[in-house]
Structure formats: C-alpha cells, structure tokens
Design a protein around this ligand. Structure first.
Ligand SMILES: Nc1ncnc2c1ncn2[C@@H]1O[C@H](COP(=O)(O)OP(=O)(O)OP(=O)(O)O)[C@@H](O)[C@H]1O
Length: 654
C-alpha cells in the first residue's frame, strides 16, 4: 500500500468487482491443469465463434489444419532433400536427386503461406463479430432484468466484469487460433521426429520444457501483479480524470486542489513504476534461467544425436532433419505455452460474462403474463410491504392506496419515507414482498409487465439526460411512436419547453452534450422542461412524476405544476411526489407516508382541518411564503427576497 492510498482512500485498494473471485486462482495454475482445461476452453471459444460467424470459423479451422499438414509434409521433404544430398555419387547427381523434393518443398511453403493469410483474414473477420456477439449477449440479458437486480451491488459487479469478458472473448479467438496453430505444428514436428527415431521426441521435450516453465512463471507473476495493483492504477487514473474534469475545475483552481492531487498522482504513479520494474527484473531472471536450462538440454541433445550418428543408429540425413524439427518444435512449444496461458486468462473473464448472462436470466422480468385491459382505470395497493435486501426494516409496511385516471394523486412525506420506492412499485419496476398491487384487478405479479410499462410514463428528478439531440431527448419517451418533428414540437410546447427548443442553435437537432464537438448544454431547470416534454410526448395513462421541479425557478415551478395538473384528464392519472406543499394542495387526493404506512389521506382541506402531520408540514412551508397577493390559481408565490423556493422539510437531501 502506498502513502497516497492511505491518505486519499483510507487504506489499500483491492479490486472488488466480481473477478476478484479469480484473484490468485491463476497463480497455482500448472501446465498440467492448463492442459486439462484446454478442451473446455477451446469448446467455449468455438461456441462463441460459431454463434458469431460459422463460415469464418470453418475457414479458420480448415486453414489451420492445412498449415499443420503443410508443416509435417515440409519436414518430410526436408528429410528427402537431406537424404538425396548426403547420399553417394556425383554432386551434380545428388543435387538433381534433391530437386523434386526441393520444388515440392517450395510449393508446400507457398501453400502454407496462403493458408496462413487466409486464416489471418478470417480471424480478423471473426474477432469483432465475436466481441459484438458477446457484448450483445450480456447487454440484452442485463436490460431485461428486474430493477431490483440492477440496484443489487453483487449483480452490478457481475455487470462490470461481463464488460471485460466481451473484449476477452475477442482476444480468445486470436489466442485460440495461435494455440491450435502451435499445437498442430508441434504435432507435425513430434510425429516426424517419432518416425525418424523414437529417442528424438523426449529430446524435443527436454529443450522446450524450461522455456515453457519460464513463460508460465512470467504470466503467473504478471497476473498476480495485475490483480494486486489494478485498483491502485484505477485510483490514480481517477485522480487524473478529476484533475481535468469540467465539474472539478472551479475547486481545483480556487481551492488549490490541483497541486495536492497532482502530488498524489505522481506518488502513486511512482509506486506503480516500481512494481513494473520489479516485474521486469523477475522476468529477466526467470527467462535467463529458462534459457540456461534449455541451452543445457540443447547441448545434451546434440551430444546424444552425435552419439547416435557415430554409432550408426541414425543416418546423417535423419540427424539433419531432426535438427530442423527440434529447432522448430521447441520454438513452437514455447509459443504454445504462452498462448495457452493467455487463453486461460481470457477464458476466466469470458466465464464471468457467461455467469452474468446466466444470473441475468434468473432475474429477468418475466415475459408474457395476464393481459391488462387496454385502458386501465385504477391501480390499487393492498397492504403492500416492501424492503430492500440490505435493510432489516421494510420501507413500505402495509401501504394501501389507490390511483385513478381522471385524478391527480399526491404522495408526501419526509426524506426516506418511501415515496420514490412507492412510485417504483406503482410503475411495475419493483414487486411487493407481500400484499398486492392490482391493475384493474390484475395482480402485478401475474400481469404482463410489458403491458404495465406501456401504460406508465415517468418523470423523476434524476431523469436521464441523453447525450443526444433535443429532439431525440423528447422522442425517446416513446421511441416506437411514429410521430414526426411536429408532434415533438407540440410536446415541447405543451411542456413549456417551446421557446427553449426554438432558441437552441439548431432547434430540435441541437446536440445536448458537451462531450461531442458542437454540442450545447442546458441548465438544470431547462433540462427539467425537456424531461416534462418527454413525458408529454409519451402520452401515458399513468404519469408518475417524482420531484420534477427542484431545479426550476419559483415562477417556472408554479407554471410546471399547472402544466402537470393540466396533463390529468379523464384518460390519465397523474401521481405527484414532491416536497413542495404548494404543488400538492389542489391534488384530488393526498397520501401522507410515515413510518412505512399511509399516516393520513384526504384532500388538502380535509388534511388541514385534521391538524395532523400534513397540516404541520404545510404550516412549516407556508411560513416561508410572503403575505403578498396570491396567483390566480391561489398558489402562493415564494418571497422574491427569500430563498429561491420553499425549502424541503428539514434534512432534505434533494
Ligand atoms: N436501492 C436501494 N437500496 C437500498 N435502500 C434503498 C434503496 N433506495 C432507497 N433505499 C432506502 O429506502 C428508504 C426510502 O427511500 P425512498 O427513496 O423511497 O424515500 P423518499 O421518500 O423518496 O425519500 P426522499 O424524500 O429523500 O426522496 C430510504 O431509507 C433509502 O435509504
């Protein structure tokens, strides 16, 4: 651990996404274990590749087998050439005798080169397709899971890892091809050596084994180091990003945080550099030892070969071929160990991706289910209980309420009372632990969730600000609606975003993101108008509005609430969660959440008369308003000289 880690992050950073399960798993990996796992890894790669592009896969396979055969035939031809050259007779005669094998060797070499380039082209075609297929596999699985899974930390970690798995899947293709290639060339060399003389095969193994051991050792150390240092590296690149980000720029300058962070950035980089240097030293030592052992084995091999020739057990041509085969064979075996190691490492991440897909399938939103009426008129909660897994106490503990089309329903309560959770249950995003949510009598658990979602529109405080054009930001509320620019304009106008959109440099086509060149950005309040326009465009029967106006200025806020209320009609229900009591008073029905239950319910006048929690909350906020004239809708305007808007109840984080 570095001093910077201690000071900035409070302790050593360990990698804590799902793949930490593999931490050091690779360290104990032996060549034998890797070889045993080999068929499974190859099968996994083949499955992915076959899903992506079967034809390219066949081409690669055929080209690789062809190259193996060409390598074997090449060695046999070398033997024939040497046999002819080292035979008896005139030199010219011997050369003439070697000619056919030489020509054939040339042809085989050309065929081998053609096959190699064919394999390269097909592999290049296959790799991006495999990555795309792997990406699509986990992305389509993850978008279909319940919201509860998305919010579950464990599952989130799986998603992070799956992201790494897709690029590993791509690399696995290349590594798989190299492995198969090395394996086939090795088989060719080993086969030819065995045919030449059985004692030659162990010699090949003797030379290559130290190099294989060295490669395995280097990879293991690198893997262990990556695992140990990856969080450190991420943390230091995080510091780098914060140093240059737009959001931190003011504090970096005014508070002088830049020099402080830069100092730690340098210190952390120095630690990482020391680790790299240590790895390089160890690698150099290991490779030197492997080369020495391999050289020793080489000396033994050549002496043994010499003895075999002198004793007449092997003739000179065979010895010459053996030299060639041993040299190519030992180089191939070294490459095989390296690509096997890489393949093993990549396969760990691909296995994580598959794990994510499997877990996502278990937590997927069920497809199909009981049909809902085309126009649902009421959603009813019956004794609904719901709690988050990491909390002992339920958030909602026996909530009963109803939401009807043609009405504005408001839900109020203090911070953490469970209002947003209730909205998610209402939207069909969460399921109750007990009790029932009934859509015109159909239990949400059995209902076709796609039909539920089709009737819901959402506007939340942290609604998505898509880094796309203004038009897309509105249209994305109902992507399947065949509306054109006129409908989008109309939705913007109805949501009070008409002048805003018209004032943008390219109107609806203006890119609302500074991430790309030429993009514009909006203020928080302007974005909220776009969010409302999106909801307007969606035109849903149940419009769920959760704290939509916190960034609007006071007058815009009142206008926004008027508009939201205006959205309610005989065919639409509006459910409003807000801390602004002024927005609530004209709701048809108000529910006050407290302690996980509905503490009070009624109209504004009824609740004020009851003198309970609602009355207290209202009185607290009313004190923030001036005694000045009221708006035509009897909504009090906040004092211009006071806070920009009536503050939320004490302790509000919003
Ligand atoms: N995804 C989650 N995982 C675990 N706990 C959560 C999650 N979301 C909310 N909670 C907890 O559930 C409780 C209710 O949260 P919720 O957001 O529904 O309250 P709220 O009434 O909307 O609050 P606020 O007025 O502050 O927005 C809070 O204590 C919160 O910490």
């Amino acid at each position: 651990m570095s001093a910077s880690e201690e000071e900035l992050f409070g302790g050593p950073l360990r990698y804590d996404t799902g793949w930490s399960r593999h931490e050091y798993a690779f360290e104990g990996q032996t060549l034998g274990a890797t070889l045993r796992a080999f068929p499974g890894m190859v099968a996994g790669t083949l499955r992915l590749a076959a899903r992506a592009d079967r034809r390219a896969l066949w081409t690669v396979g055929a080209a690789e087998v062809g190259q193996g055969v060409a390598a074997a035939v090449g060695l046999v031809l070398v033997n024939q050439v040497l046999g002819a050259l080292l035979g008896t007779g005139e030199v010219a005669g011997r050369l003439h005798g070697a000619l056919p094998a030489l020509v054939a060797g040339g042809v085989v070499a050309v065929v081998g080169a053609l096959l190699a380039s064919l394999s390269t082209a097909a592999t290049g075609r296959l790799e991006p397709k495999v990555e795309r297929t792997a990406n699509e596999r986990y992305l389509s699985a993850v978008v279909a899971v319940e919201l509860e899974a998305v919010e579950d930390g464990e599952f989130r970690r799986l998603i992070d890892v799956a992201d790494l798995g897709a690029s590993s899947a791509r690399r696995m293709v290349g590594q798989g091809v190299s492995t198969v290639n090395s394996l086939l060339s090795l088989l060719a060399a080993a086969g030819v050596l065995t045919v030449l003389h059985p004692v030659l095969l162990p010699m090949l193994v003797l030379i290559a084994a130290p190099r294989g051991w060295g490669a395995m050792r280097v990879t293991q150390r690198r893997y262990a180091s990556v695992m140990l240092w990856v969080e450190h590296r991420r943390a230091s690149s995080l510091i780098g990003r914060h140093l240059t980000s737009r959001e931190s720029a003011p504090e970096i300058r005014v508070h002088g945080a830049g020099a402080f962070l830069l100092r730690h950035f340098r210190a952390m980089a120095a630690n990482a550099e020391a680790e790299q240097a240590r790895l390089a030293r160890e690698r150099a030592g290991t490779e030197l030892a492997a080369a020495a052992l391999s050289g020793l084995a080489m000396v033994v091999t050549w002496v043994a070969l010499g003895l075999l020739v002198v004793s007449g057990r092997v003739d000179l041509a065979v010895a010459g071929t053996a030299v060639v085969a041993i040299r190519t064979g030992s180089a191939t075996l070294g490459a095989l160990v390296v690509s096997l190691n890489n393949l093993t490492e990549e396969s760990l991440y691909v296995a994580d991706l598959e794990n994510c897909v499997a877990r996502a399938a278990e937590r997927a939103i069920p497809v199909g289910g009981a049909a809902l009426p085309a126009k649902v008129a009421e959603v009813r909660f019956e004794e609904v209980r719901f709690g988050y897994p990491d909390r002992a106490e339920p958030v909602l503990d026996g909530v009963s309420l109803r939401v009807r089309t043609g009405e504005v329903t408001a839900v109020v309560g203090e911070n953490g009372a469970g209002k947003s959770t209730l909205m998610k249950l209402l939207a069909g995003l969460l399921l109750p632990a007990s009790g029932r949510v009934l859509w015109d009598g159909v239990d949400l658990r059995e209902a076709d969730r796609a039909q539920v979602f089709a009737q819901v529109g959402l506007v939340t405080q942290d609604f998505e600000r898509w880094p796309m054009t203004a038009g897309t930001n509105i249209r994305i509320g109902a992507p399947d609606r065949p509306g054109g620019a006129a409908e989008v304009h109309e939705a913007a106008r109805a949501a009070g975003a008409g002048p805003l959109v018209d004032g943008l440099p390219r109107g609806l086509d203006t890119l609302l993101s500074r991430v790309f060149k030429g993009g514009s950005d909006l203020s928080g309040g302007q974005w909220q108008r776009i969010g409302l326009a999106r909801a307007e465009y969606r035109d849903a029967r149940f419009l769920l509005v959760d704290e939509p106006t916190s960034a609007l200025d006071p007058e815009a806020e009142i206008a926004a609430f008027d508009r939201i209320r205006g959205l309610a009609g005989p065919d639409r229900a509006v459910v409003l969660v807000t801390h602004r009591m002024a927005a609530v008073r004209r709701a048809d029905r108000i529910y006050v959440l407290d302690g996980g239950r509905v503490a009070e319910e009624g109209t504004h006048d009824q609740l004020l008369a009851a003198g309970g929690r609602y009355a207290a909350m209202y009185a607290a906020q009313a004190a923030q308003y001036g005694p000045g004239p009221q708006s035509p809708q009897a909504l009090p305007l906040p004092r211009r000289s006071g806070p920009a808007a009536p503050p939320a109840p004490a302790g509000s984080s919003r």
